[in-house]
Design a protein around this ligand. Structure first.
Ligand SMILES: [Zn+2]
Length: 118
């Protein structure tokens, strides 16, 4: 298993920036109507492993059961993360690892999840 490291990420314009501690294991990309359109590749972490370092204006987007708060930068439109709960009710942050700035693009492996059928 890979070691958890602190990574840095941001939206395109940098108004929203963050640090996250993750081992980049268990990544998913999903074919649901939301994730697929946005091309999200997600790592799920506990809130204590996630820290906003720049909190520029963001817009919330809610859909379906409204259990996950999708947040995107008002300036550049990039979604860096979402806040929600795990299936057993624990708070979690879903980080779009495409917004990490300190790893090589496509250096990760994500499992495809059939969210469209849920
Ligand atoms: Zn931005």
């Amino acid at each position: 298993m890979a070691e958890a490291k602190t990574h840095a990420g941001s939206c395109r314009c940098g108004a929203v920036a963050y640090e996250v501690e993750t081992d980049l294991e268990g990544l998913i990309e999903c074919n649901c109507s939301h994730c697929y359109r946005k091309g999200l590749v997600l790592a799920f972490v506990t809130p204590d492993a996630f820290r906003l370092t720049a909190a520029g204006p963001q817009t919330e987007y809610l859909f379906n059961t409204h259990k996950i708060t999708h947040l995107f930068c008002e300036t550049c439109g990039v979604q860096s993360f979402a806040r929600g709960e795990t299936a057993d009710g624990q708070p979690m942050v879903a980080v779009n690892i495409r917004t990490l700035t300190d790893i090589e693009p496509f250096s990760w492996t994500a499992q495809r999840v059939d969210g469209r059928s849920f």
